[in-house]
Design a protein around this ligand. Structure first.
Ligand SMILES: [Fe+2]
Length: 303
C-alpha cells in the first residue's frame, strides 16, 4: 500500500510590499488583482490550518502541483523555498511549477532553481518530465508553466516533453508501478476557459490513451474536480484540487487536500481518494468525501 497526499495552488501571500520598479510590466496587473480581489481569497492563515491538518495524517509522499507564489518576485521565491523546507524533505515531496511560478521570466538562480530539489528526477537531472520511483508508485512530473502575456494563463508541454512522457509511462508500466502524472494545467476533458487552457491538451490525451497511467493530478482551476480520460485499460482518473490557501469566500472552493490510497499491482491498481476541506465558518479541516477512482480490476474484470 502507498499513500499519496495532493495539494496545489499555494499562492503564499506576498509578505513585503513590492518595490515600484518590480511592478513594471505584467506584474502591475497581477498586483492590482491581488490588491483588489485575490488578496481576500488566499490567506496564509487558511494554508496554515490546512497544512496542520495534513501533518496530522500519515502518508508516504506529497504532490504539490504548482502556483506556490503569485508574481515571480525574488522575495516570493525565497519565501516559498523556506515554506517548502518547513513542509518536508525533497525526497518525500514532488512538485511541478504553475503559471504564477513563472509569471514573468526570472533568472533561474534567483527563481525556480531555489526549489529545484523538489523537482529532480531519480537520475539527479533538472529536466521535465522527471521520474521518481517511490515504493510501488512512479511519480512523473511535467512542466506546463511558461511566462505569458498579460491576462493569459495558458500552459504548454511541447512535443519533446510529451515524447519523453510516453517513454516513461511505457517503462514504468512494464515494471508494474502505479503511474501518477503531475501537472499544473488541467488535461482534457476538464472544462477550462480558453485563456487558461493547456494548449496541447489533445496531444497529452493521445499519449495517455496509448501508454496509459493510473492517475493524473492537477491544479490551476482552484476547483474540486474529477474527470476521466480514455486509457488503454479503461478510463484514467483526472483529479483537480482547490487552492490550499483558499479562504472559501466569493463562492470559491475552500482550501482542500486529497489523500490517495494505492493498493494492488500491475494494471489491477485500486485507488481510493479521501478529500479534506477547510470549513470557512469554524476554521476546522474536515473529511468531506471519499471516492473509489479505480476498482483494482482491469477492463476485462481481471483483478
Ligand atoms: Fe493558481
Amino acid at each position: 500500500m502507498f499513500t499519496l497526499a495532493h495539494i496545489s495552488d499555494i499562492h503564499l501571500q506576498l509578505g513585503e510590499r513590492p518595490r515600484l520598479r518590480e511592478l513594471l510590466g505584467k506584474r502591475i496587473t497581477g498586483f492590482a488583482n491581488i490588491a483588489l480581489i485575490r488578496g481576500a481569497r488566499h490567506q496564509d492563515e487558511s494554508l496554515h490550518r490546512l497544512i496542520a491538518a495534513l501533518g496530522a495524517r500519515s502518508f508516504d509522499h506529497l504532490a504539490v502541483t504548482g502556483d506556490l507564489i503569485n508574481l515571480a518576485l525574488a522575495g516570493e521565491y525565497r519565501r516559498a523555498a523556506k515554506w517548502l523546507a518547513g513542509l518536508g524533505s525533497p525526497r518525500d515531496i514532488s512538485m511541478v511549477p504553475g503559471n504564477h511560478d513563472v509569471y514573468v521570466a526570472c533568472p533561474p538562480h534567483l527563481g525556480p532553481d531555489l526549489w529545484a530539489r523538489y523537482m529532480l528526477g531519480d537520475d539527479g537531472k533538472k529536466a521535465f518530465p522527471y521520474l521518481r520511483r517511490r515504493g510501488s508508485a512512479a511519480i512523473i512530473g511535467l512542466s506546463s508553466a511558461l511566462p505569458r502575456a498579460p491576462f493569459l494563463a495558458t500552459g504548454r508541454l511541447g512535443a519533446a516533453q510529451l515524447a519523453r512522457l510516453g517513454a516513461l509511462l511505457d517503462e514504468t508500466g512494464l515494471e508494474g508501478l502505479c503511474r501518477i502524472v503531475l501537472l499544473h494545467h488541467p488535461p482534457l476533458p476538464v472544462p477550462t476557459p480558453r485563456a487558461r487552457r493547456l494548449v496541447d491538451a489533445p496531444a497529452l490525451a493521445r499519449v495517455l490513451a496509448r501508454a496509459g497511467a493510473e492517475l493524473v493530478l492537477h491544479g490551476h482551476n482552484h476547483q474540486d474536480s474529477l474527470c476521466f480520460t480514455p486509457g488503454p485499460n479503461g478510463p484514467i482518473p483526472v483529479v483537480g484540487v482547490p487552492s490550499a490557501s483558499s479562504t472559501g469566500t466569493d463562492g470559491h472552493a475552500p482550501a482542500q487536500f486529497n489523500l490517495y490510497t494505492l493498493t494492488g499491482k500491475g494494471i489491477g491498481w485500486r485507488i481510493a481518494m479521501a478529500a479534506h476541506r477547510l470549513d470557512p465558518g469554524s476554521g476546522r479541516v474536515e473529511h468531506v468525501h471519499e471516492k473509489l477512482l479505480r476498482t483494482g480490476q482491469d477492463a476485462s474484470g481481471r483483478a
